[in-house]
Ligand binder design. Structure first.
Ligand code: GLU
Length: 444
């Protein structure tokens, strides 16, 4: 296979969510795996709703996930290219002017439905006489432009779904240019895919019908038709579309909630594949599990609670080197021994802050009533430093011998006095980062 060129084409009209991340990652990993290129292309021909801030936020969120484009394009800067394509289609008789208002179209649609007919545009515009057109123009109406479909079975071999056919005879001729001269998504997308040498269009299955239409446009423009792969969509387990849950499931809010990028990326890719969802440590490790042909075709149900369990499992395996800078930024970098002591107890990396507090601050100590003498005795028996993971065992054995206590009666007052909590990381690992001086102070 020659190196693929793929593109992720978000409309910068809002933040991206985990479902969009799925599309972006499947494209990116496909390109990475095969040594190809990944174009970030903003579908921003809708000037009313597109915002530069959203475009920047999308790039930032993608970068957080590790998705870095080899090329960035904005459709709003390419209208000249689309106009040339429009001229070409007009000259070929594939683009025709239509003058119906949205109201008129809607009334016609309802009449068709009432008569049990499919609500397909009836091509009335093709039958307008020059006089009728002149009358519309005199009224001040400006035409929108429709692409004249061949009305045939358009087939392709889908990278996820296998052989597909869309019968374009059952579709309305799509509007490519609005009355105000602006472009709808359909045409610029095809023009850019041709112009940018896109070899693989990987997108959600909500675009399957579009693909039938767009293949006709690719062919009309004489461009090579790319390969298509339509992946299944993510839905929350409640059944609602993710876009409705954008508040909590935007990449931005998942990041702010403290989830690891690889948790989000792994879930985005693996939910609805035949593989068990597991958070891989890097995109390179995830890539072999992002095979398009292995994707399931049914809707991928996504339970937001999975974020927590999968994230915790990932954090428990993070090496100190991988987290050191982030711990430092949280003022929670107390060295490798500390990290190894606490990581198994964290749901999110930022939870290390709490344990850094515990290790650092004598204010955490809690002394159970009537335990003063016991703790004072334990303090007297503290081994000299240096301390390591054997210190806790040596020490508590000595305390046991001296006091006759064992089990919970032995360990719980010590844990409470040293951490202020009745649960937490293994004490044998936490003791060295707390150190002898602080331990002694907390016991007395
Ligand atoms: N802007 C379109 C979308 O987000 C792009 C679809 C495509 O990849 O062609 O659905």
């Amino acid at each position: 296979m020659t190196a693929p060129i793929v593109r992720f084409a978000p409309s910068p009209t809002g933040l991206i969510h985990i479902g969009n991340a799925r599309t972006a990652l499947l494209n990116f990993l496909h390109a990475e795996t095969h040594g190809g290129g990944f174009i970030l292309r903003y579908d921003d021909t809708d000037v009313e709703r597109s915002r530069r801030e959203f475009a920047d936020a999308i790039a930032e969120d993608l970068a957080w996930l590790g998705v870095t484009p080899t090329r960035v394009e904005r459709q709003s800067e390419r209208t000249g290219v689309y106009r040339a394509a429009v001229a070409k289609l007009k000259a070929m008789g594939r683009l025709y002017p239509a003058y119906e208002t949205p109201d008129e179209l809607e009334r016609r649609r309802r009449r068709q439905l009432a008569r049990g007919l499919p609500p397909i545009y009836d091509r009335a515009a093709l039958r307008l006489t020059p006089d009728e057109i002149a009358a519309f123009e005199a009224e001040g109406r400006r035409p929108h432009w429709r692409f004249k479909l061949d009305g045939r079975a358009v087939s392709w071999d889908d990278g996820v779904r296998g052989p597909q056919t869309v019968d374009t005879a059952s579709l309305s001729d799509p509007v490519l240019v609005r009355a105000d001269g602006s472009f709808l998504y359909t045409l610029p997308s095809v023009v850019d895919d041709i112009d940018m040498g896109v070899t693989d269009v990987i997108r959600g299955e909500d675009h399957v019908t579009n693909t039938g239409v767009q293949i006709e446009i690719f062919e009309a423009l004489g461009g090579p038709v790319p390969r298509f792969a339509h992946h299944n969509l993510l839905a929350a387990t409640t059944g609602e579309a993710l876009s409705k849950r954008l508040g909590s499931l935007s990449i931005r809010s998942l990041r702010e909630a403290g989830y690891e990028a690889m948790t989000v990326a792994s879930i985005a890719v693996l939910i609805g594949s035949s593989e068990e969802v597991h958070a891989y440590g890097s995109l390179a490790e995830l890539a072999p599990h992002a095979e398009l042909s292995a994707m399931s075709r049914s809707t991928a149900k996504f339970d937001p609670h999975e974020l927590d369990t999968i994230n915790a499992r990932l954090v428990h395996h993070l090496d100190y080197d991988a987290v050191r800078a982030r711990l430092a930024a949280l003022d929670a970098d107390l060295g490798e021994a500390f990290w190894l002591a606490v990581r198994d107890n964290l749901a999110k990396l930022a939870d290390a802050v709490e344990w850094a507090e515990v290790a650092r601050s004598d204010a955490v100590s809690v002394k159970a009533d009537g335990e003063g003498d016991f703790l004072a005795e334990a303090a007297r028996l503290l081994p000299e430093e240096p301390w390591d993971e054997t210190t806790w065992g040596t020490w508590t054995k000595a305390v046991q011998t001296a006091t006759g206590r064992k089990g919970k009666a032995l360990f719980l007052p010590l844990r409470l006095a040293l951490t202020g909590r009745d649960h937490g990381p293994e004490m044998k690992r936490l003791l060295p980062p707390i150190g002898r001086k602080a331990t002694s102070a907390r016991l007395s």
